[in-house]
Structures are given as structure tokens and as C-alpha cells.
Design a binder for this molecule. Structure first.
Ligand code: PMP
Length: 390
């Protein structure tokens, strides 16, 4: 059927409309950009490019305003109802955001004998920085115990009950992921606070959720949110850390006085405006609907296995819901070969082990990840190509 809302939005992505023979199914790696974002970059660079917080002239002042305004924009986009108590720091992406917290903030927060919870089957970007901080602290004589985040076997969701059993009074920091980049499930992070208590700091890797579904720091009760701009329709090299600043020392990263990526920030402001106007909840419903259509189709094909999250769109908050990511394996065809065959039909997917931590999948897989520009027709065409290989 026709979906005028989606068609109007898809029409705003020049790279998508310019390549009707291709289907971009790799938005979890990076998303395509709507014209409004490209225009904002062009406007910034042709009407007022300058360094921020430096000048006594209009271009510099406008850049300073852009940076400040986008800080507020990010806080508002994340449902922060008390922005005066939080800080927003711009980074080059989620990896740098997580590393900055681990290097500049965590060592000053942890004390000898503390425990940190690390999600060892999530993206490496949300594992390595915490382990590195632990090693550095150990070198300085501060012992920090790493508690692996428990997972439910099969679904890829966190095991929140087991987390509550493992967490004790020395559990002071929890790294978690909002939507898993391989399994595609919403990890029910709103349940973490109840499991770990009021004093622990919760740091959320929202790389796969910002721009895809509503992210509310008030509802999730987290202390840090890290995301990449380039997965949220902004330019590569943009991203942000939102910090609540209530539990532990203030987050004041060292890089703050350097020259910020003003073009990336201009693109991020435009991207968040675009997402708000489009409606993130509708984007969430659209991509989850496409993912459900794909998993339903795959269930009828014996040659394929779908990883992670069981398909359930139930509103029950204790049930894990699949978002716009479906990762699959052919029982006989190696994932690199499958990706190659799919591209010969115009489908751009990711086939490897997706930078997952050591506790994750040992064999490669093919990830199909969706955004607002993807269509029902693309999913049906993908299913028929997959069926022809089974
Ligand atoms: N965390 C998750 C869950 C991701 O999917 C990714 C990107 N693959 C990252 C972190 C790293 O993001 P970036 O590329 O912006 O550094």
C-alpha cells in the first residue's frame, strides 16, 4: 500500500532518490542525510563560518550561538526537563563520547573496591573504554572489579533480575546500551535503576536509539547519554555526550576549550529539527514494522536463523521489543558471501561480526538495519532474493 507520510520523507534524501536501483539497509552503521541537513551545512559555511567564543564580530558570535543553542537542542531532544543541571559536550561520535567519560570522569569517581558493570556482548566501543579505565586505575593502586552485565540467553536482552542479584552497594557504575546493534532489541534500560539502586551512575550508549525512537533521560533515569550524530542523520564526525551532573563529580572534559566541529554541530541541529518535525515515534513504528515484516518472512525460510530479540511488539514493558535492526544467518552460506550476493541485487547490508564484544557471536552474520527512507517494497524484494537462495 501507499504511505504518503513515509514517501514525503523519503523524497527528502537525495542519495536515496538518486539511486532507485539500490536499497540502503545499513543505517545502523551510518544514516543517510536529508536535504535540510545538507542545506544547513551549506548555509553555515557560506554565510557565517568562524570559530566560536573567540570574536567580536557577527560570524563568531553566530557560531557561539549555534553551539550553545545546539547544546540546549540536544538536551531537549533527550527529554531533559532540567537542563540547568546537565551538560552537553560535543564529540566526534559515540566511541569518542564513551572514551571521554572513561578517561576524564570515571577515574575521579571510582574508589578502591568499587564495582563497574560492563556489557560484554555489546558494541566494543561500550566495553573497551571501561576496561582501559580499570587497568589504568589498577596501575595507580585502585582496584575496581568488573562485573559482566548478565544477558538472557537467546533474546539478547539484559537479565535485569540477575543484575539485581549481582549488584551490591559497591556497584557504582553501569554501562548499558539502549538498543543492541546486532540483536536489534530494546534493552529495557528503564529497569536498571531498580536493579542497582539510587546511587549508581548509569551510562547509556544510545548510538542505535537517538533518531530512531524517543529517548527520555527522565523516563530512563540515566546519568549519561552518548550518541553519534552520523547515525542520527547528521554529518560524520558529530556526536554528543549528555551528562546529568548529579551523581559524582561534574563532567568537564578537557577538550572543551578546543575548536569544536562547528559544521558537525550545525548539521546536528538541523538533523534534530528534522527528526522532531518528522516524528521520532512514527519513525520508530515505521522501522519496527518493516523489521517485523522481515522477521515474519524469514521465519518461513528454513535456511535462515534470526539472531537475538524474539519478535514481539507487545506494549508490555517487561517484553523486549525489536527495533529497526534484523541480523540473520544462512545455515549454509557464509555471511560475507551472502552480503556479496545481496549487493549484486542492489542491497547494501553489513556482513561481519559487527564489532561485538568477546562474549557475543562467534560467527559472522548479515545485518539489515532500517531508517525512515526504507520501504515495504525493499523488504519484500529482499525476502524474495533470500528465498531464492534457500
Ligand atoms: N555503540 C553502538 C551500539 C554502535 O552501534 C556504534 C556504531 N557502530 C558505536 C557505539 C560507535 O559509534 P561511532 O561510530 O559514532 O563511534
Amino acid at each position: 500500500g501507499l504511505h504518503p507520510w513515509q514517501q514525503a520523507l523519503r523524497a527528502q534524501f537525495p542519495i536515496i532518490t538518486g539511486h532507485p536501483e539500490l536499497a540502503y539497509l545499513d543505517s545502523a552503521a551510518t544514516a543517510q542525510k536529508p536535504r535540510a541537513v545538507l542545506d544547513a551545512v551549506q548555509t553555515y559555511l557560506t554565510t557565517g563560518n568562524a570559530n566560536s567564543a573567540r570574536g567580536t564580530y557577527t560570524w563568531a558570535n553566530r557560531t557561539t550561538e549555534l553551539v550553545e543553542r545546539t547544546r540546549e537542542r540536544v538536551a531537549r531532544f533527550l527529554g531533559d526537563d532540567r537542563p540547568e543541571r546537565s551538560a552537553v559536550h560535543f564529540t566526534s561520535g559515540a566511541t569518542e563520547g564513551l572514551r571521554t567519560i572513561a578517561r576524564d570522569w570515571l577515574p575521579g569517581f571510582l574508589r578502591d573496591g568499587d564495582e563497574i558493570v560492563v556489557p560484554d556482548a555489546d558494541h566494543r566501543a561500550n566495553i573497551e573504554p571501561w576496561l582501559e579505565a580499570q587497568r589504568l586505575l589498577a596501575g595507580a593502586g585502585v582496584r575496581v572489579r568488573v562485573v559482566p552485565m548478565p544477558y538472557q540467553s537467546g533474546s539478547g536482552d539484559y537479565d535485569h533480575r540477575a543484575l539485581a542479584e549481582r549488584a551490591g552497594p559497591r556497584t557504582r557504575f553501569v554501562a548499558a546500551t539502549h538498543v543492541h546493534h546486532v540483536y536489534g532489541g530494546d534493552m529495557n534500560v528503564h529497569r536498571i535503576r531498580g536493579a542497582v539502586g539510587p546511587d549508581a551512575v548509569i551510562c547509556l550508549d544510545a548510538a542505535q536509539s537517538v533518531g530512531h525512537l524517543p529517548v527520555s533521560v527522565a523516563e530512563l533515569d540515566v546519568d549519561f547519554v552518548v550518541f553519534s550524530g552520523h547515525k542520527a542523520l547528521a554529518l560524520p564526525g558529530s556526536g554528543a555526550v549528555w551528562a546529568r551532573q548529579e551523581r559524582g563529580p561534574a563532567f568537564v572534559p578537557g577538550g572543551w576549550s578546543g575548536t569544536p566541529n562547528t559544521v558537525g554541530i550545525a548539521s546536528l541541529e538541523a538533523a534534530l529539527d528534522w527528526l522532531d518535525a518528522a516524528g521520532v515515534e512514527r519513525i520508530e513504528r515505521w522501522t519496527a514494522g518493516l523489521a517485523a515484516r522481515l522477521t515474519d518472512g524469514l521465519r518461513r525460510l528454513d535456511a535462515y536463523e534470526v539472531l537475538g530479540c524474539p519478535l514481539s511488539l507487545a506494549a508490555d514493558s517487561t517484553v523486549q521489543r525489536r527495533r529497526g535492526i534484523v541480523t540473520l544467518r544462512h545455515r549454509a552460506v557464509e555471511s560475507g558471501d551472502l552480503g556479496f550476493v545481496l549487493f549484486s541485487h542492489g542491497f547494501m547490508v553489513r556482513s561481519d561480526n559487527h564489532c561485538q564484544g568477546d562474549a557475543g557471536e562467534k560467527t559472522g552474520s548479515v545485518r539489515v538495519s532500517l531508517h525512515v527512507y526504507n520501504t515495504v517494497e525493499e523488504i519484500d524484494r529482499l525476502l524474495s532474493v533470500l528465498a531464492s537462495l534457500s
